[in-house]
Design a binder for this molecule. Structure first.
Ligand code: PLP
Length: 350
């Protein structure tokens, strides 16, 4: 008998984007701009009460989200980043090791990790040849043991979206005791009118829950705050399995201030949306395979050339995120930083 769970040996480590002094970091899908002044002021204000525990029920932020999203507050659960909510979803749905969490692959690298931590079994379905979720293939493998389905749209790392038609077809085919989580961490960057917006469907499908985050468009990745919106029952379950006080006071105050400053913050997405087209066009013109992206990153399907490409970019002081041997994900940043990446990419010879 060992001291620790035997399966931890096999737990894949979450690999964070590297931060290298003097290099441009395009490896973590952060927004390059800092939080706006009112948000910084709210963080400083909350820091002054740092001796007190945060509001366990996250009352003010939940009410503010309810108002912004036009849903009842009982349907919202706030978490320590949406990655924490992914883990809470597994804990709230899976009890037996044979119970399954289904997701597309390649997708967000936290899914297999939180599935294993939750003691459940991961079931994956390959993305299609356009690097999109193969929704019908996913529907076909849902079985009696499937408890949770993670759908990532836009998909990290490929940037592709699930359409509303696809999501409705999937939900319509599903048993009502399978929970579907639409992970919309990059929702604010979507411009495709056909893309699904999970919030439009939560009234029709009580087994649908939507995850969003303040880490990307709202520029609060360091503060760790995300939220889930679904049925009151699912939101209650997520709150039950949440570590107490894990959404800290600075995060709560910052997120409220970010919602108050949403117009300003979301205006910042427009430049990223313009730049992602420019960057992709340049890469495609050079012969790279890059699916159209609805997010703040692009995916270069480099196969075995993944690791050499990332090493080449690093030599040029640009840090990208390799997923060898599939491809490289590169965050869209300011035009200067994107140019630095492009000049590295366009001088790559495998
Ligand atoms: C698809 C997806 N979901 C969730 C997250 C986690 O975000 P958070 O910072 O809210 O934990 C990320 C972060 O990169 C992501 O890419």
């Amino acid at each position: 008998m060992s001291l620790l769970r035997a399966d931890l040996e096999r737990l894949p480590a979450y690999v964070p984007g590297r931060t290298i002094p003097g290099a441009i970091k395009l490896a973590s899908n952060e927004v390059t701009l800092p939080p706006t002044p009112p948000v910084l002021a709210a963080i400083a204000g909350a820091a002054a009460a740092g001796n007190r525990y945060p509001d366990l029920a996250v009352t003010t932020l939940s009410e503010r989200l309810a108002e912004a999203l036009k849903v009842d507050g009982s349907r919202i659960a706030v978490g320590c980043g949406s990655v924490s909510l992914c883990q809470q979803l597994v804990q709230a749905t899976c009890l037996e090791p044979a119970e399954e969490v289904l997701f597309a692959w390649r997708s967000f690298e936290a899914y297999p990790i939180v599935t294993q931590i939750g003691g459940a079994t991961a079931r994956t379905v390959a993305l299609d040849s356009d690097f999109r979720h193969d929704i019908d293939a996913m529907a076909a493998v849902v079985g009696p043991r499937t408890r949770l389905v993670m759908i990532c749209s836009p998909n990290n790392p490929t940037g592709t979206v699930v359409t509303r038609d696809e999501l409705e077809r999937f939900l319509g085919s599903l048993r009502s005791d399978v929970l579907v989580a639409m992970d919309e961490a990059y929702y604010e960057f979507i411009t495709d009118p056909a893309a699904a917006n999970g919030l439009d469907l939560i009234d029709t499908y009580p087994n649908l829950v939507v995850l969003r985050t303040f880490s990307k468009a709202y520029r609060l990745a360091a503060l760790r705050v995300g939220y889930a919106v679904g049925s009151p029952g699912v939101a209650t379950a997520l709150r039950k399995v949440c570590s107490p006080f894990s959404v800290n006071s600075l995060a709560q105050a910052a997120a409220v201030a970010a919602l108050d400053d949403a117009t300003n913050l979301l205006a910042g997405c427009a430049g990223i949306i313009t730049e992602r087209v420019r960057v992709r066009d340049a890469l495609v013109a050079h012969g790279f395979t890059v699916p159209p992206t609805q997010s703040n990153f692009v995916w270069l399907a480099l196969g075995e050339r993944t690791a050499p490409f990332a090493a080449h970019c690093l030599q040029q002081k640009v840090v990208v995120r390799p997923f060898h041997p599939d491809g490289v994900r590169v965050t869209i940043s300011t035009s200067e930083e994107n140019d630095a990446f492009l000049s590295a990419a366009l001088t790559f010879s495998p």
